[in-house]
Design a protein around this ligand. Structure first.
Ligand code: SF4
Length: 370
């Protein structure tokens, strides 16, 4: 049996860890030791003591969704005339102008799996946004949406269909693909929490196609619900193994972002009694283990949205090197009734990074410094 010290050294050398080694880190490593090892890996990859951050705006394309994720209070059915919306061009214009005034340059466009919005509709939307705002980057949709759009637009559910959809969306203006909707990449867990969402295999397949096309992507995880530690570790290994298939010239997954499930008031809480939350020690363990396991993913984000800025600052000393976006607008976590702060301004973000002992550096989606 490899000792924890040996495992830390293997991770520091950039050796891919085995499932058993990663499980040993999760189950047995003292948190302080784990964070110190992850910090050493972060220093090797990012020796300049800089922490990156970004200004973008999260706009939800629609809240209509057929997925029925049990942890989501944001979505509604098409028939719900009181709540259902599709964001209008006028609203995009207003939100983009506000974002530009704050120095932002990217829209994070996400939404539900709308049963009627097909590929042609998204092409028209992206083209319209790009023709009015050619410099605004569109970081949009995610593997579940790509698979859904391919299916309802008649392109099937295979790599060829996903490629067609992605290529046409890129032509229309898509700049990069977020790793949304990964939750836990295990089909049994997904069936329990997101019965209408694409399978783990489909999520990975869409990303494989995106990487082959040279698209810049990210990977995510939502943990702390019905999964067990081994599901989290297997999720990390699937992300790492997919990343190892991309060509050297493709950006692939530029970052990994894990956030804890917030389930107050959701159907999943009603069904399981689990309301989730942001237990700081578990969050820090997640960040540190991610940094040690994902040797081939350059950036680990301290997702402070649900854990709070203080936990995010601590994570910077345990493997994370990025604080994500200032989130000019956030609707999905807020819809659960979460009472924490889900947005901050640029000044506060930079203060938080400095207070943690690092130099703040504004970046774009490709992690280029601005
Ligand atoms: S999380 Fe996304 S895919 Fe799931 S129900 Fe909510 S909007 Fe739909």
């Amino acid at each position: 049996m490899t000792s924890l010290t040996d495992i830390y050294h293997r991770a520091l050398d950039g050796t891919p860890l085995t499932f058993a080694e990663a499980m040993a880190l999760w189950n047995d490593a003292p948190l302080a030791e784990l964070m110190a090892a992850a910090d050493a890996v972060r220093r090797r990859l990012h020796p300049e003591e800089r922490v990156t951050w970004q200004i973008d705006r999260n706009v939800n394309i629609t809240n209509v969704c057929v997925s029925g994720c049990k942890f989501c209070s944001f979505h509604c059915r098409l028939a719900d005339r009181e709540r259902a919306y599709v964001t209008s061009m006028e609203e995009y214009r207003r939100k983009i102008r506000e974002m530009l005034a704050l120095g932002g340059e990217q829209l994070l466009l996400q939404g539900g799996l709308h049963p009627r919005l097909d590929l042609a509709w998204y092409e028209e939307l992206f083209s319209a946004l790009k023709s009015e705002f050619p410099n605004v980057k569109l970081h949009a949709l995610g593997p579940p949406e790509i698979a859904h759009i391919a299916r309802i637009s008649g392109f099937g559910s295979d790599a060829e269909g996903y490629r067609t959809v992605l290529e046409r969306l890129v032509t229309a203006g898509l700049d990069s693909l977020p790793g949304a909707g990964a939750e836990i990449l295990d089909n049994e867990i997904r069936r329990r929490i997101s019965p209408g969402k694409c399978s783990a295999d489909t999520w990975l397949e869409v990303m494989r196609v995106a990487h082959r096309m040279g698209l810049c992507t990210s990977a995510t995880m939502m943990y702390g619900h019905v999964e067990r530690p081994e599901h989290r570790i297997l999720h990390l290994l699937k992300i790492r193994d997919l990343q190892s298939l991309k060509s050297d010239s493709a950006p692939g997954f530029l970052s990994f972002i894990a956030w804890p499930y917030q389930g107050r008031g959701t159907a999943l809480e009603e069904e399981t009694g689990l309301s989730g939350g942001a237990e700081t020690a578990e969050f820090l363990r997640m960040i540190a283990v991610s940094r040690l396991v994902l040797h081939n993913i350059p950036n680990i984000q301290a997702s402070w949205l649900t854990t709070g800025l203080a936990a995010g600052q601590m994570a910077l000393h345990g493997g994370a090197n990025d604080m994500g976006s200032i989130m000019i607008e956030e609707n999905v976590v807020s819809a659960t009734g979460f009472e924490g702060r889900t947005t901050i301004d640029a000044e506060r973000m930079q203060e938080a990074i400095r207070a943690a002992g690092f130099t703040p550096a504004l970046r774009n989606q490709r992690y280029e410094l601005l």
